[in-house]
Design a protein around this ligand. Structure first.
Ligand code: HEM
Length: 418
């Protein structure tokens, strides 16, 4: 069992902006044409059980800003099947030693300062890791692509209400996205003449059609590039946020932090991602409190009723992930960081399907969970082996409910472990 933390981080009231009319309201209109749902039953219905009534929107807008991912539906099916192959547990497990080496080298070359602005470093690290996994370390263009991705990301994720600023940032994002797309086309071409240049990467898999046995799939290069782009983009945004939130919670809970540090120091053979059991439980709890994808969106396809509200084609339904995950009916003492609830047989296992949704549900369930657990777990373990984290006297983190739930201004105090 984990000891419970003595200090508690500020609860950072979840999703007040969604305007829930009563504490347990199941569904309500947030704006004309936008219905919010906040129970596991309704989440199941919207995300998993009624594909005839709801579909994924082309561009997802959280209401304050738009997250633009170049994601035409035509490539989604192919992309997801390739993603399933590339991101399976065994594929990731095979790469664990390389990932550990990569993260260790990165941290040796980029020592963490005493006052550490967490998110920019983690964006930097995850974009390098994403490029490594997707394109292979030997890829000659990987540094350039990682830099483009880093520049593009704040444009997409950290936009805010200020219309002018948003417009400029989204234009920046478009420019960087085009650079990445061009570079990926070139890489694909190069891969055909130099098959070893990206060996073992997702690019390598896609060059074979996305199937491990290399069956030709009839994919266009556009579809391959879209797939790579999606994975590169996704793998370097949400995992950086998830890792930042976990570090934030660990800084507030020194006992839990110490427990994970002990686990991180276990002999190398024991520290493969799948063996970082406590770290994974803490990660699950962190994703419960601060899910980077705090809202999921669907577009209504045909007239239907949700909890008595008539929704019509074109209306939007938002599943309030963070609200559901902080409902005391499913997670007692819901605002408390309590990783032990995820132990085998623990109370989190009793929650109904649809009460825990950091990776969605149903057809569009996240294909990257093996990557996320590996990237988050191995990064946190490497950091804890080197550093101790505490919070400054006046913690300044602000959850920004943009496209993702982003811990802006998160600063931690770091000291070297002895
Ligand atoms: C902490 C990190 C991550 C979180 C919180 C997350 C969350 C999600 C969620 C909530 C969905 C469902 C979207 C919906 O139903 O509309 C999703 C789908 C997906 N994710 Fe992730 N994800 C993460 C990382 C990744 C990574 C690293 C990859 C791959 C590199 C990835 C690949 C995918 C794919 C392929 C889908 C399916 C999309 C679709 O069907 O349209 N995810 N993810």
């Amino acid at each position: 069992m984990f000891p419970l933390g003595r200090t508690r981080p500020p609860s950072l009231a979840p999703c007040a902006s969604l305007g829930r009319p009563t504490p347990h309201a199941a569904a309500w209109w947030h704006a004309p044409g936008t219905l919010v749902v906040a129970t596991p039953e309704l989440a199941r219905r919207v995300l998993a059980e009624s594909p005839q009534d709801f579909c994924v929107p082309e561009v997802f807008s959280s209401g304050t800003t738009a997250t633009v991912i170049n994601d035409p539906r035509s490539v989604r099916t192919e992309r997801n099947s390739a993603a399933k192959n590339a991101m399976s547990g065994p594929w990731v497990d095979q790469r664990t030693p390389q990932l550990v080496e990569f993260i260790d080298r990165y941290l040796d070359e980029h020592p963490i300062p005493r006052r550490w602005a967490v998110l920019p470093t983690l964006y930097d690290l995850t974009s390098a890791l994403a490029t490594f996994l997707c394109l292979g370390l030997a890829c000659p263009m990987w540094q350039e692509i990682a830099a483009s991705l880093r520049q593009a990301t704040p444009g997409a994720v950290a936009t805010d209400r200020a219309g002018l600023r948003q417009g400029r940032r989204l234009r920046e994002f478009d420019v960087q996205a085009q650079r990445v797309t061009d570079a990926l086309h070139q890489l694909l071409q190069r891969r055909r003449t130099q098959p070893n240049s990206t060996k073992g990467s997702v690019l390598d898999l896609l060059a074979h059609g996305g199937e491990p046995d290399g069956q030709p799939s009839g994919w266009s290069d556009e579809a391959r590039v879209e797939t790579l782009w999606f994975m590169l983009y996704t793998a370097q945004t949400a995992p950086a946020m998830a890792t930042s939130w976990l570090l934030y919670l660990l800084a507030h809970h020194p006992e839990v932090q110490q427990g994970l540090r002990h686990e991180a120091h276990q002999p190398a053979s024991q520290t493969a991602a799948s063996h970082l059991i406590r770290t994974r439980e803490a990660g699950s709890e962190s994703l419960r409190l601060y899910p980077p994808t705090w809202l999921l969106g669907r577009t209504v396809r045909q007239d239907t009723k949700i909890d008595g509200h008539l929704v019509q084609p074109g209306d939007q339904v938002r599943v309030a992930v963070q609200l559901i995950q902080r409902d005391e009916r499913f997670f007692p003492d819901p605002h408390r960081f309590h990783p032990a609830r995820w132990e085998p047989g623990g109370p989190a296992g009793q929650a109904p399907r649809g009460a825990y949704l950091p990776f969605g549900l149903g057809t569009h369930f996240c294909r990257g969970t093996a990557w996320v657990h590996a990237l988050t777990g191995l990064t946190v373990a490497a950091l804890l082996r080197r550093y101790e984290f505490t919070t400054p006297r006046r913690p300044q983190v602000r959850p920004r409910l943009a496209g993702h739930l982003e811990p802006t201004h998160l600063t931690l105090l770091c000291s070297r472990t002895s």
